[in-house]
Design a protein around this ligand. Structure first.
Ligand code: TRP
Length: 456
């Protein structure tokens, strides 16, 4: 994508934006993070709260980000500088850039696991697997090997860097438009196999029958953070993508599609995983390893599973790439436009910093005890990064974005922007209410509640 402000490209069609924004939204967040958080947070009640947040908070905030982007035609920091010159609002953009680095680091480690799993699967590591206990051992061995973790991580970051440096994201988006439906198809295939395993019903109950008695403050925080993470909100990705939209495009329908696709994929991923998980006698609170343990064991129960499994991990890596491209792009666009670096230097520099930041996460699968079990926090370094930056920092970013659009830039100016390409904008009043009051207050309450429950 071209981030030179004087020579900005536009998406060639409305589908261009929907494809790219869905590419950013759909990724490991849907297939890796959503299932593991659902498992850790008690199942169906979490799913229910998550969807409620996507609708009530995620959707209005995405509309807000995209309207800032189309209005200012800038990177996130530049956008705040343009709409609120000489104020501290630009720090919201800067927080976004920092979150971008941090998310890119742990995300690439997991993407590296997926990359390694292409070869594990292809070379038959799961061919004779009978139980989930075995796939668990295989993953444990794989993730605790520092050499392969770091190698896969570097390879992934390298490919990601090349794509962003060459500015060929559009080519990737076009590719992924044909490949993502195949991923969806494979997921549906997995759902069918998973549901036909003996003992799957218990998993279906866990996933679909809410038990609200187990809901705590941290359930709300995790569901909210996951909604923002999965929709790529809170750090300016959607400001950047919105900046390439034409005035003729209908923002409300475009944003609706992105939210719908993203939620659908996450939901289907859960539907594939939980019935199989219970059928295989695993515990749902397996943590970040969950997907890498459950998915191979489902494939091992399908004829030709080696090949379907390999295809699955190839597609998962591509889905991850279309997300990390958007993460790196925000960081790189900021360095180029605000610091005056060349694209090459910015991409290489940002990739190296991300790699260094990723090392503790890559070692958190074993080997270095300190990273496996952090003092105070208790969990491993990767989950720590995922919680702090994937949930908390994004929630704070979204809080500020909602307050900015609701109160500083103003809902009326924002609505005028949205009305381009959508003259009637029927849900105007509802959106004003959501972005001015509901989103900021809900996010604030959830954060305060979390602080209260963790410190007092
Ligand atoms: N949404 C992506 C996923 O679900 C991850 C991602 C890409 C992201 N860009 C982002 C998350 C920006 C937060 C902000 O895999």
């Amino acid at each position: 994508m071209n981030d030179n402000i004087n020579n900005r490209g536009l998406w060639r069609s409305k589908i261009g934006f929907i494809a790219a924004a869905s590419g950013s939204a759909i990724g490991l967040g849907n297939i890796w993070r959503f299932p593991y958080l659902t498992g850790e947070n008690g199942g169906a009640a979490f799913v229910f709260i998550y969807m409620f947040f996507v609708l009530l908070i995620g959707f209005p905030v995405m509309l807000a980000e995209v309207s800032i982007g189309r209005n200012t035609q800038r990177n996130p920091v530049g956008a705040f500088k343009k709409l609120a010159p000489k104020t501290h609002w630009k720090y919201v953009g800067i927080l976004g850039v920092i979150s971008g680095f941090a998310i890119l680091s742990f995300y690439s480690v997991v993407a590296g696991y997926a990359l390694g799993y292409i070869f594990e699967t292809l070379f038959g590591a799961f061919r004779n697997v009978q139980t989930a206990q075995q796939t668990k051992l295989i993953f444990g061995e794989f993730a605790s090997n520092p050499i392969s973790s770091l190698l896969c991580l570097s390879l992934f970051l390298f490919v990601n860097g090349i794509i962003v440096y060459k500015g060929v994201e559009e080519g990737i988006e076009r590719w992924s438009k044909t490949l993502m439906p195949i991923l969806l198809f494979l997921l549906i295939f997995l759902v069918i196999r998973s549901l036909t395993l003996k003992g799957s019903l218990e998993g279906l109950n866990f996933y679909m029958k809410p038990d609200f008695s187990k809901v705590t403050g941290s359930t709300f925080m995790n569901a909210l953070g996951q909604a923002f993470f999965s929709l790529s909100l809170g750090m300016g990705t959607m400001i950047t993508y919105g900046s390439y939209l034409s005035k003729k495009d209908n923002l409300v329908t475009s944003v609706s599609y992105v939210c719908l696709f993203d939620t659908l994929i996450a939901f289907i991923a859960g539907l594939a995983i939980f019935p199989a998980l219970f059928a295989m006698g695993l515990a749902p609170n397996e943590g970040p390893d969950l997907v890498f343990v459950v998915i191979p064991s489902i494939f091992s129960k399908i004829p030709g599973g080696t090949y379907f499994g390999t295809a699955f991990f190839i597609l998962l890596v591509i889905a991850a790439l279309t997300s990390t491209i958007s993460l790196l792009e925000v960081v790189v666009a900021y360095i180029i436009e605000e610091r005056g670096w060349s694209r090459k230097r910015a991409t290489v520099g940002a990739s190296i910093i991300s790699f260094l930041l990723a090392i503790p996460s890559a070692l958190s699968g074993g080997i270095v005890k300190f990273f496996t079990k952090l003092p105070y926090y208790g969990g491993d370094f990767l989950s720590f990064m995922s919680t702090v930056f994937g949930s908390y920092a994004l929630s704070i970013g979204c809080l500020f974005i909602a307050v900015f659009v609701g109160w500083r830039w103003g809902v009326h100016r924002a609505s005028q922007e949205i009305a381009n390409g959508n003259p009637k904008f029927k849900s105007r009043v509802l959106w004003h209410f959501l972005i001015k009051f509901v989103s900021p207050i809900a996010v604030l309450l959830i954060i305060l509640n979390l602080i209260k429950s963790s410190f007092f």
